[in-house]
Design a protein around this ligand. Structure first.
Ligand code: NAD
Length: 475
């Protein structure tokens, strides 16, 4: 085991120590395409050491009273808030999102650490007779393997940390190889609040994820990422029946009814699709617009695409950053090329910088339902606008997807919108809003968008095992 690498300040956190590795991963600033940091590349030795540290810390953390765990996590939230400026800067450098929005994500991590503390672990009494009392308690599972993607690298990590640690588990967390820097830095500063070994953060290349999911030391895998990877993780977890929570891909539909105030809703609809350069699992990825207002709304959305600035997130006035990595940039570029080849009409937004992984925000004008821009999760700034005539038709089209993450309905008539919401096969439906999530409320994918939930009491309970205790009242 080497000490933290000397040519960069980025280190893993294992058993409360800063730890380096013999090899490194280059971390690229997506706004420039240039390397701005190097992170350690963990192998089996570092993984084993992190798991052993988490196993060693588990009995003590499990025995720590729930209120005390809650207090320590709230203290950790304060440490993050005290460092928000430095963390947001690192975030923009590695993820690309403009600084103001990067701040929001870092603050979100703190908010979740404190916010999940609103929940109590329930003790359910399922029977209480003269003969006996039966209590169902919730116990932590052990060591959790947490794996997160690059699109919301900090918040999604803290959804797992806030739940898993509060419930009494210890954790080994792996950020995406594209975006480990901010998370590792937070792990470093949180050593002040959390006992050694409770939260270990390691990073590595593509080989590290499979090494983790097949490691016998983990009791549970909490994963956020693509559906394809989710399936591999489920297969790997089956070897020793590790518990799993999978938060996977989506192809969310938003349905706009003809009674909306087009001017009033255009900006919200636009941001619901393009925030974070459309790299959001719960972004609007198919926008169904009633034929009566289609042309007017299309024109407003196109005007927004042309007026909002895409560029380096460190610059003032930039609203949308680059695609986060070269792989995703090439994927979305290929999707756009395919759309052009199919003869689809593309409405492009403002010009973008030539250096870095930038693509213009692009609307696709009423493509066929079976075109790739409609059926696939683009996970980039390409939004199909789809014309519809009646509600039954649009509900059927919206549900025609292997995904079922979230959706939205836009109307002045809330009762009508709620009735449509009940017909959508998704875990979440927003009415006249989008991209909402909170520690209060479960986010759970239907169909191939996931298994289990994050957030809300449901999310917390995913990190526990029910234990029934039968207590006799008569000898
Ligand atoms: P990805 O599946 O490629 O990678 C996610 C993480 O898994 C990374 O840390 C990666 O290193 C790791 N990984 C890759 N292969 C692995 C394997 N075989 N075993 C174990 N770990 C492995 O996803 P991505 O490209 O980083 O993220 C984009 C995807 O994530 C999109 O599909 C998006 O919709 C989804 N996502 C879902 C949610 C949600 O809450 N449902 C939130 C954000 C993103």
């Amino acid at each position: 085991m080497t000490a933290a690498n000397s040519n960069t300040d980025v280190a893993m956190i294992i058993d409360g120590e800063r730890v380096g590795a013999g090899e490194f991963i280059d971390i690229i600033n997506p706004a420039t395409g240039e390397v701005f940091a190097q992170a350690p590349r963990a192998g089996q030795v570092e993984l084993d050491r992190a798991v052993a540290a988490a196993q060693g810390a588990f009995p003590g953390w499990k025995a720590t009273p729930y209120d005390e765990r809650r207090r320590l996590l709230a203290a950790a939230a304060k440490i993050i808030m005290a460092n928000v400026d430095e963390l947001a800067r690192l975030f923009t450098l590695e993820q690309g999102r403009p600084l103001a929005f990067a701040r929001e994500e870092v603050m979100g991590a703190a908010m979740w650490l404190k916010g999940m503390g609103m929940h109590e672990l329930p003790v359910e009494v399922t029977e209480d007779t003269e003969q006996r009392r039966v209590e169902v308690h919730r116990e932590p599972l052990g060591v959790v393997c947490a794996i997160v993607p690059w699109n919301f690298p900090v918040l999604l990590a803290f959804w797992k940390i806030s739940h898993g640690l509060l419930a009494g588990n210890t954790m080994v967390l792996k950020p995406s190889p594209f975006t480990p820097v901010t998370t590792l830095r937070i792990g470093e500063i949180l050593r002040e609040a959390l006992p050694a070994g409770v939260l270990n953060i390691i990073c590595g290349g593509d080989e590290l994820g499979p090494m983790m999911t097949s490691h016998p030391g983990f009791a549970k895998i909490s994963f956020t990422g693509s559906t394809a990877t989710g399936k591999r993780i489920m297969a790997s977890a089956a070897q020793d029946l590790k518990r799993i929570t999978l938060e996977l891909g989506g192809n969310d539909a938003a349905i706009v009814l003809p009674d909306v105030d087009v001017e009033g809703v255009a900006q919200s609809l636009f941001m619901g699709a393009f925030y974070n350069t459309a790299q959001i699992c719960i972004a609007t990825k198919r926008l169904y617009i009633h034929e009566d207002i289609y042309d007017e709304l299309k024109a407003r959305l196109h005007a927004l695409a042309k007026s909002l600035k895409v560029g380096n997130g460190m610059e003032e006035g930039v609203v949308f950053g680059p695609l986060q990595n070269a792989l995703q940039y090439e994927r979305v570029k290929a999707l756009l090329a395919d759309a052009r080849e199919q003869g689809l009409t593309l409405l492009e937004g403002a010009p973008v910088p030539q250096q870095g992984y930038f693509l213009p925000l692009t609307l696709v004008d009423n493509p066929p339902d079976d075109s790739r821009v409609v059926t696939e999760e683009a996970f980039g700034p390409v939004l199909p606008l789809l014309k519809y005539r009646d509600v039954d038709e649009v509900v059927e089209r919206a549900n025609r997807s292997e995904y079922g993450l979230a959706g939205a309905v836009w109307s002045k008539d809330i009762d009508v919108a709620v009735a449509i919401a009940h017909r959508l096969e998704t875990g979440t439906v927003w009415i006249n809003q989008n991209l909402q999530s909170s520690p209060t409320t479960p986010l759970a994918g239907h169909k191939q968008s996931g298994i289990g939930a994050e957030n809300g009491l449901d999310g917390l309970l995913e990190f526990t095992q029910p234990k029934a205790i039968y207590i006799p009242k008569v000898g």
